[in-house]
Design a protein around this ligand. Structure first.
Ligand SMILES: C[S@@+](CC[C@H](N)C(=O)[O-])C[C@H]1O[C@@H](n2cnc3c(N)ncnc32)[C@H](O)[C@@H]1O
Length: 282
């Protein structure tokens, strides 16, 4: 089904309003390929007919949810870009261990924001478990790790919460040593160990209308998410993250993303071959 210029403009505005995603001028093919079957399943013959059906549904309705599932880009892999996980393992987790030992720290709170099908939060959980499990008095540390993983798409969150992956997904970045230690094969699925799964809680959060997040985080991963957002939303979101990070908190963005120019609340850290951000001292 072909989309007209006028229909494209209607959908472009709707997507920006509801998800913050800013589609360029030349993404007509994307809507044609991603929405074709949803439009047909809903008995609509044109994009216009579907648009009004969607517009008249409430944001909580199934149609709205299915629409968001269809238009979001959920590309992900294990230990993506490697360096953020190296920094966790070699710098931040050893530091948090010392802080726990000296009584300065009660918990380790990490947010994987825009977690897709779970590869990012589970990669963090594997590194955390592997590091703290090898320490003396490991249970003191393991009980203090909380990883919140959120996404706008309920479809990816339901895949993530199962913790089951096929060969294709596993082959995208999972090191053999972690596959051997933390997965079991059952027919054509790799099942993630419960002790890793239980470190992660999944929740639906839309950055366009975020509900109040009461927690303070030590680390936020917001990787390969804002690349799709308007400048206005990038600014609002990155600024707001400085308020929910602890005073010594860190922000990791994707390699093609930057906080510079969007927020003045962060200092850049350039080390171990990586760029990431630290909340500025006030
Ligand atoms: C490309 S994936 C990145 C996954 C992971 N962070 C990584 O780097 O591999 C981007 C994710 O952001 C989510 N997303 C897009 N718009 C969002 C919004 N407005 N609120 C919350 N999540 C959103 C998508 O559903 C998708 O799963």
């Amino acid at each position: 089904m072909k989309i007209t210029d006028q229909e494209y403009s209607l959908f472009k505005n709707f997507i920006k309003e509801h998800c913050g995603i800013s589609l360029g001028e030349n993404k007509k093919y994307l809507l044609e390929t991603r929405l074709g079957s949803l439009i047909a399943q809903n008995g609509c013959k044109t994009f216009t007919e579907f648009y009004y059906k969607l517009k008249n549904s409430t944001p909580r309705a199934d149609l709205h949810t299915l629409f968001i599932d269809s238009i979001t880009t959920n590309e992900t892999l294990w230990f993506r870009d490697k360096y953020p996980f190296k920094i966790l393992e070699e710098k931040l987790f050893p530091q948090y261990k010392e802080e726990i030992l000296s009584g300065q720290r009660k918990e380790i709170n990490i947010w994987s924001a825009g977690c897709s099908t779970g590869q990012e939060p589970y990669s963090i959980a594997i590194i955390a478990f592997d590091f703290f499990n090898s320490q003396k008095d490991k249970n003191i540390y393991l009980g203090k790790i909380n990883i919140l993983a959120t996404d706008i798409s309920n479809r990816v969150l339901s895949i993530a919460s199962l913790g089951k992956y096929d060969d294709i997904a596993i082959n995208r970045g999972m090191p053999q040593k972690y596959l051997d230690s933390y997965f079991k094969k059952d027919k054509n699925q790799w099942i993630l160990d419960e002790k890793i799964k239980k470190l992660v809680q999944f929740k639906t959060i839309n950055f366009k209308n975020p509900t109040n997040i009461q927690k303070t985080f030590d680390i936020i991963f917001l990787r390969n998410v804002i690349i799709y957002f308007s400048d206005e939303l990038k600014q609002k979101l990155i600024d707001s993250l400085a308020n929910i990070l602890s005073p010594k908190g860190f922000l990791f963005l994707g390699t093609g993303e930057t906080a510079s120019g969007y927020s003045s609340k962060f200092d850049i850290i350039d080390e171990m071959g990586a760029i990431y951000y630290k909340v500025k001292k006030s």
